[in-house]
Design a protein around this ligand. Structure first.
Ligand code: GDP
Ligand code: MG
Length: 440
């Protein structure tokens, strides 16, 4: 299986200091097989391998990683990158009602997803939602959505078999305007295969509604076929995102990569169950490890990585013990480490209660880390070592250099001071390295 394949890659490349054309050749063959086994479409696999090969070539191997681990890490990082931004959300920035149009083949999960989205929008975003069905070919399809709406206690705009889809949709929109709905979710008809009549119909609906979100709903179990379906829908409609359903099944999720590649649009949610609660945000990194089937392999890499982090942590602990104080350079390094370990939020969960509160007080969120680093980069080495010399004039210079307001520099300094306090606490009680170990 796949994990074995990737472990195989790691073994073959053991002991090489640099990745070369020759030694990554075999590795790439295994990765290619791995992706095909995960049902990623062939053209997508080819592109991907080419990219990974290029990035791997000549790469120095980090001391704690074996070359094989380095290759697998590149594969994992590239895959994560390819699957897009972390957690893209719905865009509702339209004059209300914001229209969400769902498109996809029959059985993809459109109707179920319409219900799930209604629940999500109502509960998480406090929106007033209207559901309507333009699937005018099967009475059961309309009935299915009506039942869902009832169960969710969400408004439903009725329709009947034989009515014109655009008319239903426009009437629903009209109704929503009059009743102050924030969002209208429009469910549509799909066929078993791609056909022209279906595409024409959804195109007309799109033109009539001008939706802010046009979401392509696709079944993760579709595997290799997902590419053709995605291409057809993406050619016909200006998609804004993708929802990948049935990920609770045993699909390896290769469709995620294919669909992302072909449409170029972010996967916004994944369906993980038949029930209305079975909807989750999409996490590229999780999907990458799923596609690679490499829980085990990844933990191998993490072990190696951890070695590095611990070295850093120990250096820091030593420094603190020797009476030197924690400075902005340390602060920056610490932030970089936090990023590596999955960000502050992941870290906070692992900190013991009291510390976690201190960290929360420091109010560093994952996105802010990058900005903070930018500010520290604009300081001179002396300023980093002796933050106490940072008076108004220097702060202005730093702010200008980093392209931020002076307040942000001040905020960074107060966060730094909080962390410095935390570090003092830690160096008294048992040591940094110990804490870092505990967090993994
Ligand atoms: P539509 O034809 O595109 O409207 O698809 P439906 O919403 O009717 O879904 C088709 C089938 O897939 C139904 O049996 C759903 O219960 C099921 N389904 C939809 N989404 C999911 C999901 O995320 N997980 C699982 N396990 N089943 C799903
Ligand atoms: Mg349906």
């Amino acid at each position: 299986n796949l994990s074995q394949r990737l472990s195989g890659v790691i073994k073959t490349l053991r002991g090489q200091a640099r990745l070369t054309e020759a030694n990554i050749q075999d590795a790439m063959r295994e990765v290619r097989m791995a992706l095909l086994e995960a049902d990623v479409a062939l053209p997508v696999v080819k592109d991907f391998i080419a990219k990974v090969r290029e990035r791997s070539l000549g790469q120095e191997v980090m001391s704690s990683l074996t070359p094989g681990q380095a290759v697998v890490q590149v594969v994992y990082q590239e895959l994560t990158l390819l699957m897009g931004d972390h957690n893209a959300t719905l865009n509702l920035a339209a004059r209300p009602p914001a229209v969400i149009l769902l498109a996809g083949l029959q059985g993809a999960g459109k109707t179920t997803t319409a219900g799930k989205l209604a629940k999500f929008l109502r509960e998480q975003m406090k929106k007033k939602v209207l559901l309507t069905s333009c699937d005018v070919y099967r009475p059961a399809a309309i009935e299915q959505l009506r039942t869902l709406a009832q169960q969710l206690e969400t408004d439903f705009f009725p329709s009947e078999v034989g009515q014109q889809p655009e008319k239903i949709a426009l009437d629903a929109l009209d109704f929503a305007r009059k009743h102050f709905h924030d969002v209208v979710i429009v469910d549509t008809a799909g066929r078993l295969g791609i056909d022209e009549a279906m595409m024409d119909e959804i195109k007309r609906l799109h033109a009539a509604l001008d939706p802010i979100e046009t979401l392509f709903v696709v079944d993760a179990m579709q595997g290799q076929d997902a590419v053709n379906t995605a291409k057809a829908f993406s050619d016909a409609l200006p998609l804004t995102g993708v929802i990948l359903t049935k990920l609770d099944g045993d699909s390896r999720g290769g469709a995620a990569l294919s669909v992302r590649q072909v449409t170029g649009k972010p996967i916004k949610f994944v369906g993980v169950g038949e029930k209305v609660a079975g909807l989750e945000p999409f996490y590229p990194d999780r999907m990458a490890s799923r596609v690679l089937g490499m829980g085990d392999v990844l933990s191998l890499i993490e072990d190696a990585q951890r070695g590095v982090d611990q070295d850093e942590a120990q250096k820091l602990a030593k420094k603190l013990k020797s009476g030197k104080s924690f400075d902005l350079e340390d602060f920056k390094q610490q932030m970089q480490q936090m990023k590596k370990m999955g960000g502050i939020s992941a870290l906070m969960d692992k900190l013991p209660g009291q510390l976690s509160q201190a960290a929360a007080g420091a109010q560093v969120d994952d996105k802010a880390i990058g900005r903070l680093e930018g500010i520290i980069n604009s300081m001179t080495p002396q300023e980093r070592r002796k933050p106490e010399i940072l008076k108004a004039g220097r702060k202005r210079r730093i702010a200008a250099g980093a392209g931020v307001q002076v307040q942000e520099v001040n905020r960074l300094l107060s966060q730094f001071e909080q962390t410095q306090k935390m570090m003092k606490m830690l160096s008294k009680g048992g040591g940094m390295a110990k804490m870092m170990r505990g967090m993994k």
